[in-house]
Design a protein around this ligand. Structure first.
Ligand SMILES: Nc1ncnc2c1ncn2[C@@H]1O[C@H](COP(=O)(O)OP(=O)(O)O)[C@@H](O)[C@H]1O
Ligand SMILES: [Mg+2]
Length: 386
């Protein structure tokens, strides 16, 4: 397993999160439509890719990232295109023939996508439905992996309007509820920004309440140790049990991404200083270096600006500054900040968003809020608060 700190990981670079994978398959095999709930960088795309690359018998996954999509028709056009150019459909000549015959909108189907007849306007949702209904799945199951779906909802809300976003959510719900259920077609949605949260803010929670949420817990300590050992196979240093322990305590929130960042930082430090051995000081230095890699964390800050209105953003920022300074903040202090920023009425919403999106939690004591990870806290303190 090689260190990777940016794009989703695949193949040998994917650490097999057995617990999570099992949980996912349980939900898939119980025929649920699923919502992957986790903040950015927790490993949603990687795990979707893993499903796609390792399907169980009779399962076919089709992956689509819809981050840039900003209207309903485009969404279904992309979905249809992915479906038609997938290996699953391409391997079935008869299916292809009937589809072509019945669907005047398709001019050419290639591995890279589909050329539609652009001279005509189509309702791609209807075409998608019509074509999906035509595929005789039998025992086979077709599952769409829709990555960054929540961003699509937000795009539609921003670029069109709230009504259109709600319509889009309803259309998706209808597909799940009525038409495709008996056809062995299912959906797994994910997004770095909490879908539940976005949907709640536009009063449309009931459009997704049929989805089974799968929560991404951090790795267990055992898993994290195992992952570190795999990463160590491709570097020029070793870490003993105590050092690994020390690292895991410092990371606290054991998501694969942070483990990757830390091992990368130790590797860089070791190379730069020509070291043959690692000790605690080295680990400490590597952690400080890691925090200075601004680009790894900047989106945690910029995201707030797009998510919130000005006064909400000001509140969120002051709150996070305060937590960064004092490690934790109590709920009555939070109320005071909200009053000061003139959002005493709706600050709970912002607070919930910050929890959903992976900034903070109150797991240990419902009245006390902390950053999920000391790494993010240190970064916030250095680059945003000061
Ligand atoms: N199973 C995994 N094994 C190894 N690294 C992982 C794994 N899942 C996530 N990562 C790390 O986290 C980063 C972000 O993963 P990604 O799947 O893109 O997360 P998300 O889609 O939730 O933003 C990857 O670049 C990699 O460093
Ligand atoms: Mg992703």
């Amino acid at each position: 397993m090689k260190i990777r700190t940016g794009n989703p990981v695949r193949g040998d670079n994917f650490f097999k999160r057995e617990i999570l994978i099992e949980k996912l398959w349980d939900a898939i095999e119980s025929e649920s439509n699923i919502l992957l709930v986790a903040p950015r960088r927790v490993g949603k795309t990687s795990i979707m890719r893993y499903l796609e690359d390792h399907p169980k018998e009779n399962y076919h996954f089709i992956f689509l990232d819809t981050e840039s999509v900003n209207n309903e028709n485009e969404f279904f056009k992309r979905l249809l295109s992915k479906l038609l150019s997938s290996d699953f459909i391409r391997g079935r000549d008869k299916v292809l023939a009937t589809i072509k015959e019945h669907s005047p909108l398709i001019k050419r189907i290639g591995k890279d996508g589909v050329e539609f007849d652009y001279n005509r306007e189509f309702n791609y949702r209807n075409e998608f439905l019509k074509i999906t209904e035509k595929i005789e799945l039998g025992e086979q199951k077709l599952i769409f992996l829709l990555d960054e779906f929540s961003q699509t909802v937000e795009n539609i809300k921003n670029d069109e309007d709230e009504r259109k976003a709600i319509h889009f959510l309803h259309t998706n719900r209808e597909l799940r509820q009525e038409n495709l259920v008996d056809k062995n077609v299912r959906f797994i949605y994910s997004g770095s920004i909490g879908l539940e949260n976005i949907v709640r803010r536009i009063n449309a929670s009931k459009t997704i309440n049929d989805l089974v949420p799968i929560k991404f817990n951090p790795l267990t300590k055992n898993e994290a140790e195992e992952m570190i050992n795999l990463l160590l196979k491709n570097v020029d240093f070793t870490l003993d049990g105590k050092q690994t322990d020390f690292i895991l305590k410092k990371i606290e929130w054991l998501i694969p991404f942070y483990i990757q960042l830390v091992i990368q930082a130790i590797k860089d430090f070791q190379k730069d200083n020509n070291l043959t051995e690692i000790n605690r000081d080295v680990i400490e230095e590597a952690f400080s270096d890691m925090i200075t890699q601004q680009n790894h964390f900047e989106n945690w800050h910029s995201r707030l600006k797009t998510l919130f209105k000005v006064d909400e953003y000001n509140f969120a920022k002051e709150l996070l500054n305060r937590i960064a300074a004092h490690t934790s903040v109590e709920s009555n202090e939070i109320r005071d900040i909200a009053v000061k920023q003139n959002i005493a009425e709706d600050y709970q919403d912002v607070l919930t968003s910050l929890m959903y999106d992976g900034y903070i939690n109150n797991n240990e004591d419902p009245k006390i809020y902390r950053f999920n990870s000391p790494i993010l806290r240190m970064w916030w303190w250095k680059y945003v608060a000061n």
